[in-house]
Design a binder for this molecule. Structure first.
Ligand code: NI
Ligand code: MN
Length: 225
């Protein structure tokens, strides 16, 4: 499984020959100006919640690629009304897709669309695939619900928000990695706006001091699990 960081909370994931885009917020992100959304491949677009910084490029990518949207019921219905194909889920539910099994997990956050309309409840995703198991937390606080994850699935890499203010910060993400029982963390949702700028060295040292590994990718850079 190859995971490419597209900036903020946006990811491009390759599992076998399947391409998955998560939470695309690329075209307004000055830090991601070298990413061309028209060059992205997608069979699926996964959306954790309806906030603008997670959906702004969904329509362009789906129009380009014909990708299927996977998200909560309300978000999939919203895009369905615009003519886009989707697969609706809700918390705790799993579905077997061609690339693997997806579970929509709990998150503590909010989920309104940019116009204020209801975007369901926010979530995250677990992807269980033949190439490894990935947890994408979405925007969330540290929550005891994360303790349920290792009871159901062994996670190989956890993608956790670390920018603080709108989500948990890196200190809470260290506790989250204990809850998830996964010491390998990819940080996201940091540096994009003034409220969430972090000191990379401080964050990575804090993980190292707990014998954990925090990867911070440059935008466009990838890691493989
Ligand atoms: Ni959000
Ligand atoms: Mn966000």
């Amino acid at each position: 499984m190859k995971i490419t960081y597209l900036g903020h909370a946006a990811l491009a994931i390759e599992v076998g020959d399947t391409h998955i885009i998560v939470d695309p917020f690329i075209s307004p992100n000055e830090l991601a100006k070298d990413i061309d959304i028209n060059a992205l491949k997608a069979d699926y677009v996964l959306i954790t919640h309806a906030h603008q910084d997670h959906i702004v490029d969904v329509e362009a990518i789906v129009k380009n690629t014909g990708a299927k949207i996977v998200s909560n019921y309300e978000i999939v219905t919203h895009y369905g009304n615009l003519g886009f194909e989707g697969h609706p889920m809700n918390h705790g539910g799993s579905w077997q897709f061609d690339f693997g099994r997806v579970t929509y997990t709990n998150a503590i956050h909010t989920s309104s669309f940019p116009d204020g309309s209801y975007g369901g409840q926010p979530g995250g995703f677990i992807l269980e695939t033949a190439e490894g198991n990935l947890y994408i937390a979405g925007d969330t606080a540290l929550t005891m619900d994360m303790k349920l994850i290792p009871m159901q699935c062994k996670i190989d890499l956890a993608v956790l928000p670390i920018g603080d203010n709108f989500t948990m910060g890196f200190e809470s993400a260290i506790i989250a990695s204990d809850f998830i029982e996964c010491n390998k963390v990819l940080g996201y949702h940091y540096d994009t706006f003034g409220y969430i700028v972090i000191d990379h060295d401080e964050a990575q040292s804090a993980f190292t001091n707990k014998d954990k590994d925090l990867t911070l990718l440059a935008i466009g850079e990838a890691l493989t699990i």
